[in-house]
Ligand binder design. Structure first.
Ligand SMILES: [Mg+2]
Length: 196
């Protein structure tokens, strides 16, 4: 699991037991482009900065959890992801928003690149990245929110015990076992209603 944390943030900003707003990256923070790794292709989705600002004001940590199998597939490398992530974090910081950490899973079970060939507990729908964040930041997952655009995000959130699961999609259909646990939102503005 790759973890990116801005060095400049004080570590003691939040108490133990803080809640988090977890964000998937592609399709929530930025418009989904398959195997995106270039800064010039990264387009922020409307409402993401306002949502994060509101979350921060209400004492949510903001944490990104993203599957990046493009690394395992050899489409881009860790260096590309590190560069893009650093840039993305600076875009948030420049708007006064702190992202506590970005967790990325570069693995894939049948990857072309042997180094990354792994059935990883971090790769969503597995809950590993969320559980690692819980440990790193001592989060209260039951009071936390996860916004994703895919069913695998919701599945990961459910397995980790995240209290509110928001599916940001007009096309995904929610399977029966998730139906009473997932709320569908059609804009990031709508997600603000779920911030307590
Ligand atoms: Mg996504």
């Amino acid at each position: 699991m790759l973890v990116y944390t801005p060095d400049s943030y004080p570590k003691t900003l939040f108490r133990d037991g803080a809640r988090a707003l977890f964000l998937d990256r592609d399709g929530v923070i930025n418009t989904e482009i398959t195997y995106l790794y270039r800064i010039e292709d990264f387009e922020f989705i409307d409402g993401i900065f306002t949502l994060c600002r509101t979350a921060a004001e209400r004492n949510y940590r903001i944490i990104v959890v993203t599957n990046q199998s493009g690394i395992a597939r050899g489409y881009y490398n860790e260096n590309d992801l590190a560069k893009l992530t650093k840039w993305m974090l600076e875009e948030f910081t420049g708007r006064g928003i702190r992202i506590s950490a970005v967790y990325a899973c570069p693995h894939l079970v049948n990857a072309d690149l042997k180094t990354y060939r792994r059935d990883c507990p971090g790769r969503k729908p597995n809950p590993g990245m969320l559980l690692r964040a819980q440990k790193d930041f001592k989060l209260d997952l039951a009071e936390s929110i996860f916004i994703g655009d895919k069913i695998c995000d919701m599945e990961a959130g459910l397995r980790a015990g995240i209290g509110s699961l928001l599916l940001f999609s007009d096309t995904a259909s929610v399977p029966g076992d998730l139906r009473d646990k997932v709320r569908i939102i059609s804009s990031l503005k709508e997600a603000e209603k779920f911030l307590k």
